[in-house]
Design a protein around this ligand. Structure first.
Ligand code: AMP
Ligand code: ZN
Length: 131
C-alpha cells in the first residue's frame, strides 16, 4: 500500500486540513512555503494519466477552494497549483496529488523553465493528432 493510502487509512499520522468522502488534503511534510498543502483523492490512482475524470474534478474543485482559503490564511500574494506526473516529471509518491504552494513576491521558491527553440508547427500537429 502506498504512503498516501496509509495516511488515508489512518495508519500514518498527517496534518489534515480538509476531508470529505472522496478527497483529503494534508500539509506537505516538507513545507516548500508556509502552508504548502497536498490534495489527494481517497481512492488510489497512480497519476494524472490514469485518474478517472469525475474523481479528478472532485479533487481539483477542492484544490481551488483550498487555494483561496490558504492564500487568505497565510497572507500570501499568489499560489502555484502543481502536479508532478511520473518519475521523469518529479513525482515521488505514486498516488495522484496536487500541490498548493502559497507564494509571496521575492520568496526563495524556484519554478524555472529553460527556453528551447523547437518547430512549433511540428509539435502542434503531433499533439492534435494524439487527441
Ligand atoms: P511529488 O514529488 O509531487 O510526488 O510530491 C510528493 C510530496 O509528498 C513531497 O513534497 C513530500 O514532501 C510529500 N510527502 C511525502 N511523505 C509525506 C507524508 N508522510 N506526509 C506529508 N507529505 C509527505
Ligand atoms: Zn495510494
Amino acid at each position: 500500500m502506498c504512503i498516501f493510502c496509509k495516511i488515508i487509512n489512518g495508519e500514518i499520522p498527517s496534518s489534515k486540513v480538509y476531508e470529505d468522502d472522496k478527497v483529503l488534503a494534508i500539509l506537505d511534510i516538507s513545507q516548500a512555503t508556509y502552508g504548502h498543502t497536498l490534495v489527494l483523492p481517497k481512492k488510489h490512482y497512480d497519476n494524472l494519466l490514469t485518474i478517472d475524470d469525475d474523481i479528478y474534478q472532485d479533487t481539483m474543485l477542492v484544490a481551488k477552494k483550498l487555494a483561496k482559503a490558504i492564500n487568505q490564511a497565510t497572507s500570501s500574494e499568489g499560489v502555484n497549483i502543481l502536479n508532478n506526473c511520473n518519475e521523469a516529471a518529479g513525482q515521488t509518491v505514486m498516488h495522484f496529488h496536487v500541490h498548493i504552494i502559497p507564494r509571496k513576491k521575492n520568496d526563495d521558491v524556484k519554478i524555472e523553465f529553460t527556453e528551447h527553440k523547437y518547430d512549433l508547427n511540428e509539435v502542434k500537429e503531433k499533439i492534435i493528432k494524439a487527441l
